[in-house]
Design a protein around this ligand. Sequence first.
Ligand code: MN
Length: 211
Amino acid sequence: MGLGRYNKKRNFNISSEPRGPKKPLTKNSDKKKSSKTLSFVIQKHAARRLHYDLRLELDGVLLSWAVPKGPSYDPTQKRLAVHVEDHPLDYATFEGSIPKGEYGGGEVIVWDNGTWQPISDPKKDLKKGRLEFHLKGKKLNGVWVLVRMGPPQEVGKENWLLIKRTDAYARSETDFSVTEQKPKSVISRKTIEDLQKKTLKTNQKRKRYYV
Ligand code: MN
């Protein structure tokens, strides 16, 4: 998909999000797939509506899905995952506050990260609308699947489901809710609420100085 859409939506003079390169970085794309580890990240994002952004590295970009309820270890829980625009690889470490009024305005923490491994050819699987993969993260592990509901559609309108496959890691949501029981950033150990308090303080200070 490329990063045109990502860059177009954002004003980098106002937002501290990373600017994406014009062309995705593809220096490793000719190497054997099996020899390269691919990274994944899940960001918790308190935008107008709280959601979790699942991002999977592929061909120099981060493929992205917005998951309103976040992931669940329970294979009976099918979590809506809206396919959104590709993000630059640098975005994987972005944590902070996107100013109000900007696209995606609100706080972002890196909720989980690690590596992912597609079970078969990821490009074919994405076209087919069924991508199965292993996650090796700090919170999420085991086999997961993304399934598209219906035919391909425009970016931002395509609804997929994120589902845990039954394996040794699978657990019932009533016994263990990973989003509730593990709310902190894997980078800073901060919660979304910690960042929101900080944003509030910064805004109050600004008012005092400039109003
Ligand atoms: Mn988001």
